[in-house]
Design a protein around this ligand. Structure first.
Ligand code: GAR
Length: 196
């Protein structure tokens, strides 16, 4: 029987990508189980989505710890207990330390709402819109300890039309994200990326 890949998702906000991943895993019957949601706020929508889907939640409040390393140690401990094979970042608005990344080498994936290396950071959609580029898009990449700078796995362009508003661009980007992330997850599973 095919081994089920055990993944954690880390998110900070609305969780629309988390929901899209869960829906696709179920619909396409991927041999994947999301065994943990890690969240860094205790009042965000993604927590409700996880509860509805019966995905256990681990909440880490960074300010309760002396530094990032100590907070991350708690996460690493939880993920070790969960026996995960890899991590999907889905709107996790923090940089991971080298110690964290080293624990899951080439097994942490991120989605970014711009065509990297353009417009890294927290405001990829706004930054591309305000710059006035005519094409932006979505990037999926491996995570290293830089800001959105790991090896690129996939990209999909999104045109910015003259009559696009920031809101309409956001909607277009999210629509692309919700299709691309699950498809790339499926490809990575097929390629055995999360197998040790
Ligand atoms: C997504 O657009 C994702 O690409 C972005 O956060 C949003 C999360 O939305 N990530 C980054 O900007 C990472 N630098 P969601 O919570 O609805 O999935």
């Amino acid at each position: 029987m095919e081994k089920i890949t055990r993944l954690a998702v880390m998110a900070s906000g609305n969780g629309t990508n988390f929901a899209a991943l869960l829906a696709y895993i179920k619909q396409a019957k991927l041999p994947v189980e999301i065994v943990r949601l890690v969240v860094d706020h205790d009042d965000v929508k993604v927590i409700d989505l996880a509860k509805e889907a019966q995905v256990p939640v681990f909440t880490i409040i960074y300010k309760d710890y002396p530094n990032r390393e100590t907070a991350e140690k708690q996460i690493l401990q939880q993920l070790a207990d969960d026996e995960i094979d890899g991590i999907l970042l889905a709107g996790y608005m923090r940089i991971l330390t080298p110690q964290f990344v080293k624990a899951y080498p080439q097994k942490i994936i991120n989605i970014h709402p711009a065509l990297l290396p353009s417009f890294p950071g927290r405001h990829g959609i706004d930054d591309a819109y305000n710059y006035g580029v005519k094409v932006t898009g979505v990037t999926i990449h491996f995570v290293n300890d830089g800001v959105d700078s790991g090896k690129i796995i996939a990209q999909e362009p999104v045109r910015i039309k003259d009559d696009d508003s920031l809101d309409s661009l956001e909607a277009k980007i999210h629509t692309v994200e919700h299709k691309l992330y699950p498809k790339i997850l499926q490809k990575l599973i097929k390629e055995g990326v999360f197998k040790s």
